[in-house]
Design a protein around this ligand. Sequence first.
Ligand code: FAD
Length: 481
Amino acid sequence: MTAYKKLTPELARELEAIVGPGRFQFGEKVKDEYGHDEMPIYGRHLPEAVVLAETTEEVSEVMRLCWANDVPVTVRGAGTGLVGGCVPICGGVVLSTARMNKILRYDMKNLVVHTQPGVLLCDLAADALAHGLMYPPDPGEKTATVGGNVSTNAGGMRAVKYGVTRDYVLAMTVVLPDGRVMKLGKTVCKTSSGYSLLHLMIGSEGTLGIITELTLKLIPKPLRDVSLILPFANIAEAIASVPAIKLANLDPQSIEFMERDIVDSSAAFTGSPVFPTVVNGREAGAYILVTLVGGSEEELTLKMDRLGEVAEAAGAFDTLVVWTDNLKKDVWAARSAFLTVIEAETRLLDEMDVVVPVDRIAEFLVYTHDEAVKQGVYVRSFGHAGDGNLHIYCCSNDLEEDEFKRRVKKLMDACYHKCTEFEGQVSGEHSIGHAKKDYLRESVGETAYELMGAIKQVFDPKGILNPGKVCHDPERGCPTC
Ligand SMILES: Cc1cc2nc3c(=O)[nH]c(=O)nc-3n(C[C@H](O)[C@H](O)[C@H](O)COP(=O)(O)OP(=O)(O)OC[C@H]3O[C@@H](n4cnc5c(N)ncnc54)[C@H](O)[C@@H]3O)c2cc1C
């Protein structure tokens, strides 16, 4: 067991010498933003220093120094995480990759892009499109870094067709906790070559190594796409339509669900009410938003007709085609803004990101709402209906924080338990951080949890990299744990 050391002024000077004064903050100069992510309910913990690295070599030097001196290091991308993953709960250094923000080069023959980890998702997506290509992962927060996306195995709205971030990572450069640099993966389409350390690194939340370069797979941009809004009377009917939509052989790019109240809030927030509330004289209580892609207008028309038949047979009031590009942009902007809207309206907020089998979504939502009523907590939900991934937000504007946390814990204990019973998983895409550690343990069981801990021990025997996260119990000397 390593007793973490405090950063002495002498060590701070050595760190500063690695990156230069403009990219180093120490003591009182450390900015508040480095003490939290987008879910501050899990606690604010300022680091002792922040290093803004620009190269693999700098990251390696920082790690060698911190390793030699038992100083904990937590990597931070854009800090948009929702589980406290980039929060330095044991103090030490925050190593930011935000300045490693260069798209290095495209390899058009192999359809890959080489990039630094601090490139923002929105920048990569736009740049790829300008090259006639698409980077398929599409998580809601476009200002996250691709390094953060890889480290959390981010999902998003196109996962039902294209898969998640993991499916687009071919290779990476990693700095290990002791400062060694390792390359994993190659620009090849398949491999059967030993244990996949590459895939171990994906989704490891900065606990095993620091990603300093990525090779990401791209696909040709789909020729045509169309989005359709399906209004339903209530969430149960909306969700019940999903298996039929999936079975209809339409290969949709997205199947999202949303409840009416979040749609109303979003309309008020953006000033742009893009989801019709009364359709054919009936009040909509929930919606499914579908995107279809195709190679020609004819193909899309056939798919739209078929979707209409299936949806209306499942109880949709209508199949509303989002005809214009501007409207499509507004509809998806409204969908992407849901969490921002909830954040803006809510003083105390916590969340669940469970994933359950698609046929259990409605049952799980009903269970959650019932439990929330029992606990006196207001719950709002939306998510990826196509892959069973639910974003459930527990909200309060009037409870005291301690009372809110007490009630939410009871609610979450019940819901995560139900999720395990339904053969679901704790997190579909937001990860574990330190917020969901106990639920991970309960969900995967002792043997798997112990093996995860043993893997962490192999990569990071001193436990200095992002301590206290995923499956790691902080070592002696941590002031907060
Ligand atoms: C409004 C909103 C909507 C969101 N929608 C989605 C969504 O649809 N789907 C989804 O999956 N997530 C979503 N998220 C969550 C969040 O955006 C993702 O978890 C994202 O992948 C985090 O990226 P980041 O750059 O902000 O990472 P950070 O929050 O900075 O870090 C996240 C984790 O990754 C680690 N990390 C970061 N960079 C590296 C690196 N280079 N090497 C090693 N470890 C690293 C950190 O240590 C930490 O554990 C949303 C968040 C918000 C606020």
